[in-house]
Design a protein around this ligand. Structure first.
Ligand code: ADE
Ligand code: ZN
Length: 333
């Protein structure tokens, strides 16, 4: 199969997205439209200027623009539109199920309450399920540069929305904010029956991945590519089949790898880890789920059975009920 044929094949497959920040799907044209609607002053005067600003040296240089961009999201309709536009993308790309992160503190810090963003998100999610059968679970992520008290306060504020939240997560600036800082917040979340994920080993060392496993008891690691530096961690991840949600375009845009040909996803797959492909912040990193697969196909010597394995892995690593997983997995036999 040629690379072009493999790209066409991957486009046609049913797929799952497990690591995507809904605020990271805010496209430059929509950002400018909302800035005008709410009279928010942004340091850009055209859509092109927004796009030109998307040159990052590391995670923090991206996060600065990402939080600035999110400041245009104000009312229920904005959050509905953000989610709806993303779910439309899922339909176009054959993404049949997604598990999306949202950052409540990015909004509550600006005085925008849970009832505003949850109503917008839920309206779009319900509509996509009814119209297209696409399922969407929500992962409430705590900002790790903030305190654990703030994370617990966020968890308490979510009390009446827990029926619509599947998991908690941990994102934002990794270095200097190890997982252990949030052990009480995650313990409380576990007590509430929520699943747990955390960003670890994106920029942070393998000890942060161990921290997410041992102090937070996570069900998945977001990124985790630096696990390759620790043989005993690789053995643990291979044996436990604890999934990693890897984001190729994000990793190259944020200089975790100098270019895609240096990406270690095939090494991790070869070592038997349950690795998956994901988009992270597609509007900022140049592509949604299909484009992440395309980037791997173009840069690496990856064959069809490896791509199939990556797709199968994301169904396995999802929080879907086992019966639903089995139905999808059967279609790959
Ligand atoms: N928030 C949005 N994208 C992120 C990433 N890649 N790492 C940490 N926090 C994030
Ligand atoms: Zn992320």
């Amino acid at each position: 199969m040629t690379k072009t044929e493999l790209i066409q094949w991957v486009n046609a497959q049913p797929k799952v997205e497990l690591h995507l920040h809904i605020e990271g799907t805010l496209e430059p044209d929509f950002m400018m439209e909302l800035a005008i609607k709410h009279q928010v002053q942004l340091p850009y005067s055209s859509i092109q200027q927004v796009k030109d600003a998307y040159n990052f040296n590391n995670l923090q240089s991206f996060l600065d623009l990402y939080y600035l961009g999110a400041s245009v999201l104000r009312d229920e309709e904005d959050f509905y539109q953000l989610m709806w536009r993303y779910l439309l993308k899922c339909k176009e790309q054959n993404v049949v199920h997604c598990e999306l992160m949202f950052d409540p503190q990015t909004h509550t810090e600006r005085g925008i309450e849970f009832c505003v963003f949850m109503a917008g998100f839920n309206r779009a999610i319900k509509q996509a399920k009814t119209e297209w059968g696409i399922s969407c679970y929500l992962i409430m992520s705590f900002l790790r540069h903030m305190s654990e008290e703030s994370a617990i306060e966020t968890l308490n504020s979510a009390a009446e929305y827990l029926d619509h939240i599947t998991a908690v997560g941990l994102d934002s600036g990794e270095l200097g904010n190890p997982p252990e800082k949030f052990s009480q917040a995650f313990k409380q979340a576990e007590g509430l029956g929520l699943k747990k994920v955390a960003h670890a080993g994106e920029e942070g060392p393998p000890s942060y991945i161990w921290g997410a496993i041992n102090s937070l008891g996570v069900d998945r690691i977001d990124h985790g590519v630096r696990s390759i530096e620790d043989d005993s961690l690789i053995t643990y991840l291979a044996n436990s089949q604890l999934p990693l949600t890897v984001c190729p375009l994000s990793n190259t845009k944020l200089k975790v790898f100098t270019n895609m040909s240096k990406h270690n996803i095939l090494q991790l797959l070869d070592k038997g880890l349950l690795v998956t492909v994901n988009a992270d912040d597609p509007s900022y990193f140049g592509g949604y789920l299909n484009e992440n697969y395309h980037a791997l196909i173009e840069a690496l010597a990856i064959n069809q059975s490896q791509v199939r394995q990556l797709i199968i892995n994301s169904f396995k690593a999802s929080f879907l009920p086992q019966t639903t997983k089995d139905i999808w997995l059967k279609s790959f036999e």
